[in-house]
Design a protein around this ligand. Structure first.
Ligand SMILES: O=C(O)C1=C[C@@H](OP(=O)(O)O)[C@@H](O)[C@H](O)C1
Ligand SMILES: C=C(OP(=O)(O)O)C(=O)O
Length: 667
């Protein structure tokens, strides 16, 4: 997850290859609750791991369920045969699929519970559900504003003989919540069962389908008459199905379907395979496929997967009732920017009460990109952006995961402008690694941005480059480590570090079994992070790096490190040889005395005793060799900016380079 104030997505041209998406939020939180409400053990596979499921899991733990997690597999021991905590304070974040169903289940079971969430959750309505629950004898009190969480739950005196009315025009989750909760009271039901009657129009109907299908997997078949009347039989009882496989999230798939449809150039033609969800999905958002096809996307179903290729371009404008797919419809709003005429997305009033007012937010942010958008009470009309008129924009995301994921699709614009996503960590609600996943399959439209930090030994370039990479969310290339590793590998293989062995050394460099993981450096199975930092390794690196064949062998390896969303590369020839077209090159220097003192302090801290004088002499010797070598001598690139950090703290140097970088951005 990119835990940064903002993330810049470079212009993208295509997606290809294959991608496996995390589990469905709607399925995950339903099966977690159902597993908790039955007897026995349920093993859930491919469960979503995100903010929304974490709050549900934590709530279940507090209520007394057995919860064991191993990667994406959860083992739940239900409350049917375990003592339930009669009191609990449950924090449910911004998860509608936790707040609404838990309110109903706990209100029916009874106890002393408090349910609350993030500030936005306290603005998301729950009144229609509370009214329905109160009508059947549940005790619920609002502790803040009436009609909204937080709320407290007491012990009910259930009356189940009358049909229970519930409004369904604000959120289908109210009906879902009642459906999942009422089997818990089935033993008190009248002979005809418990009846729920939906008042008025029900929105987001396909989510009720998910609820009914999953309840059936847990042994409760609900009798449905249209979308108005639902009956839960008197003998209903949840039974664990043993194991459940969670489908990948169809709403999350919409971003990748859109990206596939927007792909251009040869690399997009092979298409993208989206694994974990197929056309037979039980999730309503799979119907996004129909809408995307209508716009021109070429989508085929495969067993448990989808394949998307660019079809018609520009996309065809649409006019669509999006009520059945409220979440994936947001993706259509961004696709509409690429259409051949204005598109209208209708019947989406529920957008106003989700993670943010999505109608207002979407209209505002699409306009920043250059679109003309009409925001109606329950519709959006979007005029596409003509090529040549896309604007590089910093997109606000309103703590709404879908705003962030949708905004990333603007990076496929034909004008090659990047897009800045503010607060990218909001994707944690349903897809924490969304951006990593996108960058893993996306092709940049132009070169991936690279910042080069070159400079002499002990100038602090490694520290600076690593800090910059962390601040920008970019990859980091420590090119010096490659030479150190080559030197180390040579010593391990008994190869002398001289020109006579150049071909063999180059061969070793080409085949380095290296791996960078969690800030550690591995050579084969050995963690060599410390070994390559030794003074000896530094001297060895300087020697092998003077050999042209070794440098050539490491060239491609270094070029290949430039991956989305960007790279900070430190070394001695990053700006001059490896990335001569890099948009920002910094040549970092510090006086030799200052560098010797820094290195001295570092070594002393590690318990290595050397004299300052010998370090100073070593540095001078290395500088001279690096500057004098025939291949890629150490010198600033003509367009490098010089930064003398002798009197600067690390933070000041970082801020300086970030300021230079920001000054080059269009935002
Ligand atoms: O039941 C569900 O899993 C959901 C129902 C939909 O909400 P509404 O019924 O409020 O539209 C949807 O937007 C939400 O992301 C998940
Ligand atoms: C509306 C959404 O979430 P929630 O389940 O919290 O309602 C959503 O994920 O788009």
């Amino acid at each position: 997850m990119y835990d940064l104030p903002s993330l810049d997505v470079p212009a993208l041209s295509a997606v290809n290859g294959r991608v496996r998406l995390p589990g469905s939020k709607s399925i995950s939180n339903r099966v977690l609750l159902l597993a908790a409400l039955c007897s026995g053990r349920t093993v859930l596979h491919e469960l979503l791991d995100s903010d929304d499921t974490r709050v549900m899991l934590q709530a279940l733990r507090l209520l007394g369920c057995g919860v064991a997690l191993e990667g994406t597999r959860a083992t739940i021991d239900g409350l049917g045969d375990r003592p339930r905590q009669a009191q609990a304070d449950l924090f449910l974040g911004n998860a509608g699929t936790a707040m609404r169903p838990l309110t109903a289940a706990l209100a029916v079971l009874g106890g002393a519970y408090t349910l609350h969430g993030v500030p936005r959750m306290h603005e998301r309505p729950i009144g229609d559900l509370v009214d329905a629950l109160r009508a059947l004898g549940c005790r619920i009190d609002y502790t803040g504003q009436a009609g909204y969480p937080p709320l407290t739950i007491g012990t009910p005196a259930l009356r189940l003989d009358q049909p229970i009315p519930v409004r369904g025009d604000v959120s289908s989750q109210f009906l879902t919540a009642l459906l999942m909760a009422l089997p818990l009271a089935a033993d008190q039901a009248p002979a005809g069962g418990i009846v729920i009657e939906v008042q008025g129009e029900l929105i987001s109907k396909p989510y009720i389908d998910i609820t009914l299908k999953l309840m059936a997997r847990f042994g409760v078949a609900v009798q449905r008459e249209g979308w108005q009347r639902f009956t839960i039989a008197r003998d209903s009882r949840y039974r664990s199905p043993g194991e459940i496989q969670v489908e990948a999230d169809a709403s999350s798939a919409s971003y990748f379907i859109a990206a596939g449809a927007l792909s251009t150039g040869a690399s997009g033609q092979n298409g993208l395979k989206i694994e974990g969800v197929g056309l037979d999905s039980i999730q309503g958002d799979i119907r996004f496929v129909d809408a995307a096809r209508q716009m021109g996307a070429d989508i085929t179903g495969e067993p448990g997967a989808l394949r998307v290729r660019p079809g018609r371009q520009p996309l065809a404008a649409i006019d669509l009732d999006c009520n059945p797919i409220p979440d994936a419809a947001m993706t259509l709003a961004v696709m509409a920017l690429y259409a051949d005429g204005p598109s209208t997305l209708r019947n989406i009033a529920s957008w106003r009460v989700k993670e943010t007012d999505r109608l207002a937010a979407m209209a505002c942010e699409l306009r920043k990109l250059g679109a003309t958008v009409d925001e109606g009470p329950d519709f959006l009309r979007i005029v596409p952006i003509a090529p040549g008129h896309w604007r590089a924009a910093s997109i606000a995301t309103y703590d709404d995961h879908r705003m962030a994921m949708c905004a990333s699709l603007a990076a496929f614009n034909p004008d090659g402008v990047p897009v800045r996503i503010e607060d990218p960590r909001c994707v944690a609600k349903t897809f924490p690694d969304y951006f990593e996943t996108l960058f893993g399959i996306a092709q940049p439209r132009a070169d991936v941005p690279v910042i080069c930090i070159d400079g002499p030994t002990a100038s602090g370039k490694g520290t600076l480059a690593a800090a910059l990479a962390a601040r920008l969310g970019w990859h980091y290339l420590d090119s010096g480590a490659l030479y150190r590793l080559t030197g180390l590998a040579a010593r391990r293989h008994g190869v002398a570090l001289d020109a006579a062995h150049e071909p063999r050394l180059a061969e070793l460099a080409r085949a380095l079994p290296l791996r960078f993981a969690d800030g550690r450096v591995w050579l084969g199975d050995e963690d060599v992070s410390e070994a390559i930092r030794a003074e000896q390794a530094g001297m060895d690196a300087s020697r092998v790096s003077a050999l042209p064949a070794v440098r050539a062998a490491l060239f491609e390896l270094q070029r290949g490190a430039a991956r989305l969303p960007g790279l900070v590369a430190d070394g001695r020839d990053m700006g001059t040889v490896i990335f001569p077209a890099a948009p920002l090159k910094v040549f970092l220097t510090a006086g030799v005395q200052e560098r010797a003192e820094r290195r001295h302090r570092q070594l002393q801290a590690r318990g290595v005793s050397v004299t300052l004088e010998s370090l100073r002499a070593d540095l001078q010797e290395r500088d001279a060799r690096d500057q004098a070598r025939a291949t890629a001598p150490l010198k600033p690139a003509p367009d490098a900016l010089l930064l003398d950090n002798s009197a600067l703290s690390i933070e000041q140097s970082v801020e300086q380079v970030l300021a230079w970088w920001q000054a080059r951005q269009p935002f």
